[in-house]
Design a protein around this ligand. Structure first.
Ligand code: ME8
Length: 525
């Protein structure tokens, strides 16, 4: 039985509602999952929320709520957003789920012999829930160092607890990373990991917290005075879920962990070391970690704790309120605007520009013009026959269209979403140019009916292919194009995209309202 493709998102903290950054990771993960399903593969997409730790406890206290009640409320914001954006996950794990808590305790019990009990002196970043040793802070000395990752002030820590050996695993990890050049992507992050590993790692990672300081966590099984460090708890979800669902054989190892570059160290250092200590072999390590870039506002990372966030729900339901496929417009923007892996600047102007140009002027226009001409010149029925004459033009568009699935495959094997969309949109542009060069209205005037139907046949086939290949990116738009063409259901198989012709009976078009109403409607609406 082929392995089920297992894709994960980070477990987002429930200290505040989700913003564009969170939606980015989830949209990318959903797009990849949909792509594999379209290829006929079995896929399991795991997402969820990270609900323990000091940061959540503090946010709950500030809201005057108990941590669990607070988490119960915020988690709904994530679920609602994923539903709004068409994120189709197979399981939603909350780290407060008893089955997960139990599994974490079991792992700790199993690791008890390798853990060291000691007192830790160092620095702690509460917003990142991350320890830093004086060594790692390098040149920063004195009493108020800042976090190397988020630049916020660190708090001194002096804590008795249990420690996972990091440095003892460094050689193993270095060798593993060297032998698996695609373990971390993109290449910049792989290089970042290698430079990190060129320096000595801290000797240990403290994986417990004294209850006296942080009570909101999973009780450590062997110490009544400690809870489990939130990162140790959360990372384990990737393996606890397949285990408690009884699907570990089929799912593990994870194929892609999607993360942002802010949590590379946790995923590419702590996580493999945890798994290695748990006795997993090299072949059982996660296959790929992709650390994408940040959405920024000006020079700063968009972040809940910096308070400079853009709420995706507002973008979709207010800014794009007149768009029938608002969520897809938003998905398109995120995946097309910035090469996956690089940072991007979010602005409403940039979003509206993509909507107006790529989607309105190019894609929407192609669909609308083609279907209106089929209405007018073919009595609203899809023309089946290839036309006489101009075979060279037809052939060039046909070969471009039928090559798109392979190009998509290549781009998505590298998780290059923007390049995949660029390829699809190139086909759209070429098809619009084909309309100009073939001028169906002139063919109609001159009475060249066979050629006219041939041109519209080519265009209908292009639309059919566009509907299929757009499916992972814009599922509702894909379904709409498919239905407007009068085809049944929704695109099911990527392999159908390379077939030409793929429309075998002369179906009647369905109603075809404009897919992307013009910009003015947004402004005045
Ligand atoms: O780190 N741009 O949760 P978190 C792009 N609970 N992506 C962004 C972003 C931005 N400005 N801001 C956040 C945690 N993200 C831990 C994870 S996993 C076992 C535990 C995305 O709520 C990006 O994927 O802070 C980043 O890694 C994640 O949200 C962090 O979410």
């Amino acid at each position: 039985m082929p392995k089920t493709i297992y894709i994960t998102t980070p477990l987002y903290y429930v200290n505040a509602a989700p913003h564009i950054g969170h939606s980015y990771t989830s949209v990318a993960a959903d797009c990849l999952a949909r792509y594999h399903r379209l290829r006929g593969e079995e896929v399991f997409l795991l997402t969820g929320t990270d609900e323990h730790g000091q940061k959540i406890a503090q946010a709950a206290a500030a809201a005057g709520k108990a941590p669990q009640a607070f988490a119960d409320e915020v988690v709904e914001r994530f679920r609602e957003l994923w539903s709004l954006l068409g994120i189709r996950y197979d399981y939603f794990i909350r780290t407060t789920e008893p089955r997960h808590e139990q599994a974490v305790r079991e792992v700790l019990t199993q690791l008890r012999g390798t853990l060291k009990q000691a007192t830790y002196q160092g620095w702690y970043c509460t917003p990142d829930e991350t320890f830093w040793t004086q060594e790692e802070l390098g040149h920063q000395s004195g009493s108020s160092p800042t976090c190397p990752s988020c630049q916020r002030p660190l708090e001194p820590t002096n804590e008795e607890g249990w420690y996972l050996p990091l440095r003892a695993n460094q050689r193993w990890l270095q060798a593993f990373v060297a032998e698996h050049p695609t373990f971390v992507q993109p290449e910049t992050r792989y290089n970042e990991l290698n430079s990190l590993l060129e320096q000595p790692l801290p000797e240990y990672l403290c994986i417990t917290r004294p209850k006296s300081r942080v009570s909101w966590g999973i009780a450590a099984p062997f110490s009544p005075n400690h809870v489990v460090y939130v990162w140790f708890d959360a990372l384990l979800n990737y393996i606890t879920v397949p285990k408690f669902l009884g699907r570990a054989q089929e799912l593990w190892p994870a194929d892609v962990h999607f993360i942002g570059k802010d949590i590379l160290r946790h995923h590419a250092v702590y996580w493999p070391i945890m798994l290695h200590e748990m006795g997993l072999s090299d072949a059982q390590m996660p296959r790929r970690i992709f650390a994408h870039g940040w959405w920024k506002i000006g020079e700063q990372k968009m972040s809940k704790s910096l308070g400079n966030i853009v709420d995706p729900t507002i973008v979709v339901t207010q800014l794009l309120k007149d768009q029938p496929y608002a969520a897809d417009v938003y998905r398109y923007f995120l995946l097309r605007e910035v090469p996956f892996g690089q940072d991007g600047l979010f602005s409403e102007e940039a979003l509206v520009k993509r909507l107006t140009t790529d989607l309105g002027n190019d894609l929407g226009n192609l669909v609308n013009r083609t279907l209106s001409m089929i209405d007018r010149y073919c009595a609203s029925r899809l023309p089946l026959a290839a036309g006489p004459g101009c075979a060279v033009d037809d052939e060039s568009l046909r070969s471009l269209a039928t090559a798109v699935p392979a190009a998509l495959e290549q781009a998505l094997s590298e998780l290059n979403f923007s390049s995949a969309l660029e390829t699809i949109m190139r086909l759209v542009t070429e098809a619009n140019q084909y309309i100009e060069s073939q001028a169906p209205w002139s063919l109609a005037k001159a009475g060249h009916t066979a050629r006219l139907h041939g041109v519209l046949h080519v265009l209908a086939e292009v639309l059919r292919i566009v509907a299929i290949v757009l499916q992972p990116f814009m599922p509702s738009v894909s379904a709409a194009i498919w239905q407007q063409l009068g085809l049944e259901g929704v695109p099911q198989r990527l392999s159908d995209a390379a077939r030409w012709p793929g429309i075998s009976d002369s179906r009647a078009l369905a109603a075809h309202p404009v897919l992307f109403p013009r910009m003015e409607a947004i402004k005045t609406g």
